[in-house]
Design a protein around this ligand. Structure first.
Ligand code: FE2
Ligand code: FE2
Length: 326
């Protein structure tokens, strides 16, 4: 049997080449892509102040929890430097600029950067947010980094991103629906376009992972099992407000998301089921003993987690975030 690291490197060489060929199936040409300013009031026009007034009037109808979730989502998006540096710390890939890994990482980051940019500008104009408090949380989160259990392994990395892009698609989509219900059509549109970016990115990562399963099913299965055993930790799990310790705000943010139904324990299970299905985990042929064992664990997990989720109570604790001005 080949030395583990050497085998990984060989698989990744194949995958990186494939990523380079396929990346434009999943990304949009930059000139054609939406930009934050397409959705925001234009400060060069006379109508600017009227448009801000209208924006603030509709933002007034958003519920407290929804504003809290939106701020948490925005901070998560704005911690993009953490995610980009994490992608470039992966081992066993070729980091040359003209290779698949770096090209993808840079272009993915460039698309993602629009999300925090758009939401931040909206929140700034909305009149609902203590921007300073929010900015402190953003700076903390970037400085604190994250610890999501992937190590520097490209397989675990792709499993994480596949999961996480699906999770952000769900949560932005739900925020869009709730914003619409609360009478904020503009915010609904913003979250809608972001959600569709996340769906494209999820498709890409899931597809790259499918390719890994094709050439290295056992190791890919073991990596999937390992990530599921650890649970997928949200990238903002270190979220905190001024005066609090690392991670102390995160639970309140996820409570608000669970309360609103923006992202729940059952969504977690649904994402897992989708991955199991799309990666054909159940029918994957010719696994060795370790691969079979890993598959058994994965296949049993969704039902177990549904039972846990059903026993969970909806969090009711009221919490006052420093971020929200009114
Ligand atoms: Fe995003
Ligand atoms: Fe994303």
């Amino acid at each position: 049997m080949k030395f583990f690291a050497e085998q990984r490197r060989e698989v990744m060489m194949h995958i990186e080449k494939y990523m380079l060929e396929k990346m434009w199936d999943f990304l949009k040409p930059i000139e054609e892509n939406w930009q934050p300013s397409d959705l925001l009031p234009d400060s060069t026009r006379d109508s600017f102040f009227t448009e801000i007034k209208e924006l603030q009037e509709s933002a007034r109808g958003l519920s407290y929890d929804l504003v809290a979730v939106l701020i948490g989502d925005t901070i998560t998006e704005e911690a993009l430097p953490t995610y980009e540096s994490w992608l470039t710390m992966v081992e066993g890939v070729d980091m040359s600029e003209d290779n698949g890994w770096m090209k993808w990482t840079r272009h993915w980051t460039a698309e993602e950067n629009r999300h925090g940019d758009l939401l931040n500008k909206y929140l700034y104009l909305s009149g609902r947010v203590d921007m300073r408090a929010m900015e402190v949380s953003t700076q903390f989160l970037i400085a604190d980094g994250f610890d999501i259990g992937t190590g520097t392994d490209p397989y675990r990395n792709f499993i994480y991103t596949s999961f996480q892009e699906m999770a952000t698609n769900v949560s932005h989509r739900r925020v869009a629906a709730l914003a619409k219900k609360d009478g904020d059509g503009l915010l609904a549109k913003m979250c809608g376009v972001i959600a569709s970016d996340e769906a494209r990115h999820a498709k890409a990562y899931k597809h790259f992972m499918t390719k890994i399963f094709e050439v290295d099913p056992n190791e890919a299965m073991v990596a999937f099992e390992d990530m599921m055993r650890q649970k997928i930790v949200m990238p903002a799990h270190f979220l905190r407000e001024v005066g609090l310790k690392i991670g102390q705000t995160f639970g309140h943010f996820t409570d608000a998301a669970q309360r609103l139904g923006v992202y729940t324990a059952l969504d977690y299970v649904d994402i897992m089921k989708t991955l199991i299905e799309e990666w054909h985990i159940e029918s994957m042929p010719d696994l060795n003993e370790a691969g079979e064992k890993a598959r058994d664990y994965i296949m049993r997990l969704p039902d177990r987690l549904v039972r846990v989720a059903e026993r969970m109570k909806n969090p009711h604790l009221e919490y006052k975030f420093t971020w929200i001005a009114g």
